[in-house]
Design a protein around this ligand. Sequence first.
Ligand SMILES: *Cc1c(COP(=O)(O)O)cnc(C)c1O
Length: 436
Amino acid sequence: MTFLPASRTIDGALSIDASVLTDALPYFSYVDNILHIDGVSSQTLKSHYGTPLYVYSRRALLDNYHAYTQAFDEIEHQICYAIKANSNLAVLKTLADAGAGFDIVSKGELARVLQVTDAKKVVYSGVGKTHDDIEYALSADIHCFNVEAVSELDSISRVAVKLGKTARISLRINPDVDAKTHPYISTGMKDNKFGISHEQAVAAYLHANSLPNLQITGIDCHIGSQLLDAQGFSDALDKLIELIDELSANGITLNHIDLGGGLGVRYIDENPVSVDDYAKLLLPRLKALGLKLYLEPGRSLVANTGVLLTSVDVLKPTEFKNFAIVDSSMSELIRPALYESVMAIIPTDLSKSGDEKVWDVVGTVCESSDFIGKDRLLSLSVGDTLAVTGAGAYGFTMASNYNTRPRPCEVMVNDGAHRVVRKREVLSDLWRDEIA
Ligand SMILES: *Cc1c(COP(=O)(O)O)cnc(C)c1O
């Protein structure tokens, strides 16, 4: 069966078949023409909580997690969810209870993890760790620092000596491979700020070996995000294996290899490599290596567990363009403005068809880059509710209060039940910490 949820009109407008799109999204479906998320009607959600509203499916999240654990069950592994994709405590708790560890990039993210579990399965990535960050993470006894610069080794060693602790470390290698993704989310090429170059890696490990209170445990890389093709991962694995061999010739043995995150998802009609095919491609080499595997998926665990529900407030046809002004904006969902991401915008009520027009779906923020989607063929009336799918990753975590807008409510649904997992901000929250 060909998967054709989207087509372009002769004018280039994007037309999405909402039923076909949701058929491929587990736990999302239309019941009597109304979009339901794991058995809960979007109309019920809107009347309970209002819009803009982030809604996450707990069961979809668990299924996505188990797709990884099952795909790699032949080898010892630990999935460390990259929490910057969606750091709501309910998401973290769901995954922690299922056995996930976490990949963090800041002290704040570690503090979040500590609200739901301990730091035993935490790996700490990030290019600019301060002494304070290192001290916090060492005191919490994280599993491992993913070290991104030689000077960071000195800092971690110094703090570890001061605290009388041993810091487990892994070096994040920049394998210089082309992830073939948007340049803003590509991280594994030699002109990116991330990681230690392949050429410097052996010297960096030897340096680590000479420093007190460090225990070398692994090697890692993370080459980018929203990779649709597995070739970049495969190339990166080859580069790391080369290094592991060189290290062992230098007397340095490792316990784990961490291949980062980055697996892409289908937002509309992309065809990302599946977790199973990704695993099949890498497993023969990983088995031969015999090291414990760590993975740091973010987007692929959460993106398609979530939608952003938003209401149409104003319809403004002009001579050149038709604008549908909705109650979400770049403040609530910045991906379209930041990366020119094209996300699906679908009606939540399919009974109201007819009179389709081409709309730019935009927010009210005072920036021309403030759009959710451009040139969309939709049948719209004021008061309609739209759903932006794929909004479970890099949605709420990137939300801001720009234009003094309260951040949305977040709700988790689970087999017909729904509950608030973050209250909508109220106006007084917006200046709570300010002093006039
Ligand atoms: C962002 C990030 C991830 C997760 O990337 P996804 O594309 O969301 O899977 C994993 N590891 C590191 C170091 C990251 O910075």
